[in-house]
Design a protein around this ligand. Structure first.
Ligand code: GLU
Length: 297
């Protein structure tokens, strides 16, 4: 088996909340049990979405929970040249094209209909770059480690945006280039990203990149059955390691790992050691969402 390398890749659109903790913890335990590395990447390619202070708070929050990463943090704002090289390689093989259409123009279609594939519909308007989904792309299939066989028809995926009209890189391109450059063997993340994976697989294929394994996790729902998210202001997890203890225990429980009750007051290092030894993906119930009473502090 190739060397295991996992990663946690938060967008600093707010500090980490309990849902992010569950994703970080699963990815950490999976890597450490495999004797692998675990990297941290801050996905800050979209400045308007980044909340001041969040990118600095995230490493402190992880450290409070004992979730120590290997090597330097990778910042997406430093990765412009890598994304550009990838886009240029697609353009050179006619797998990417500029598109000036606005969302409003194709709002009656389920996916972008590819109007600009053979030439810009408005030559003087600002243009985004899109991947051609009609050229040599095979059906996208993979075995998710929790949700099993996945199958997507590229014709139904559409021509995903690679670079936006405002020049910002799209998440799909950035994540694929970074996962490949960082040598990521295993992606472990929330179920909300499962339906992004086909685009990422299609892009890996188009760029001839190695393909990681994927494990998507049930999403944690908070009060009112809403996904915990930075956008809906889920409470941040603490930066204090004492306060982290009961939350770490709750996160192990949310992943169906059945930690002993008395572990809830143990130092985070002890809880993580227990977690690494007992980590079992087979125990996680394959549900897309998980309603738990999210601890509030
Ligand atoms: N940056 C994404 C987020 O915070 C996660 C990306 C990924 O794990 O692929 O939702």
């Amino acid at each position: 088996m190739p060397h295991y390398r996992g990663r946690f890749a938060p967008t600093p659109s707010g500090p980490l909340h309990f849902g992010s903790l569950v994703a970080a913890l699963a990815s950490y335990l999976d890597a450490r049990q495999a004797g692998g590395e675990w990297l941290l990447r801050i996905e800050n390619i979209d400045p308007p979405r980044c909340v001041p202070g969040a990118a600095d708070a995230i490493p402190r929050q992880l450290a409070a929970f004992g979730l120590h990463w290997d090597g330097p943090v990778l910042w997406q704002h430093d990765r412009d040249a890598a994304y550009r090289t990838a886009l240029e390689s697609l353009i050179a093989r006619q797998l990417a094209y500029p598109c000036s259409c606005s969302r409003k123009q194709w709002r009656d279609y389920p996916i972008y209909p590819g109007w600009c594939r053979d030439g810009l519909s408005e030559p003087d308007a600002p243009a985004a770059w899109r991947l051609r989904s009609d050229r040599g792309l095979r059906p996208v299939t993979w075995e998710d480690r929790l949700f099993g066989h996945q199958h997507f028809d590229p014709a139904l995926l559409g021509d995903v945006v690679l670079q936006r009209k405002d020049g910002l890189w799209a998440y799909q391109l950035a994540v694929v280039v970074d996962d490949a450059d960082q040598g990521i063997s295993d992606v472990v993340r929330g179920f909300d990203l499962l339906d992004n994976t086909p685009w990422q697989r299609a892009l890996q294929h188009a760029l001839a990149l190695p393909v990681p394994r994927y494990l998507h996790l049930p999403l944690i729902l908070g009060e009112g059955e809403q996904k915990l998210s930075k956008q809906n202001h889920a409470p941040p997890i603490p930066e204090d390691t004492e306060a982290a203890r009961p939350l770490l225990h709750a996160a192990l429980a949310a992943l169906d790992q059945r930690p002993p009750a008395e572990l809830a007051t143990a130092p985070v290092a002890e809880q993580l050691a227990w977690g690494v030894t007992h980590w079992s993906v087979a125990r996680i119930r394959p549900q897309s969402t998980r309603r738990i009473a999210a601890p509030s502090d």
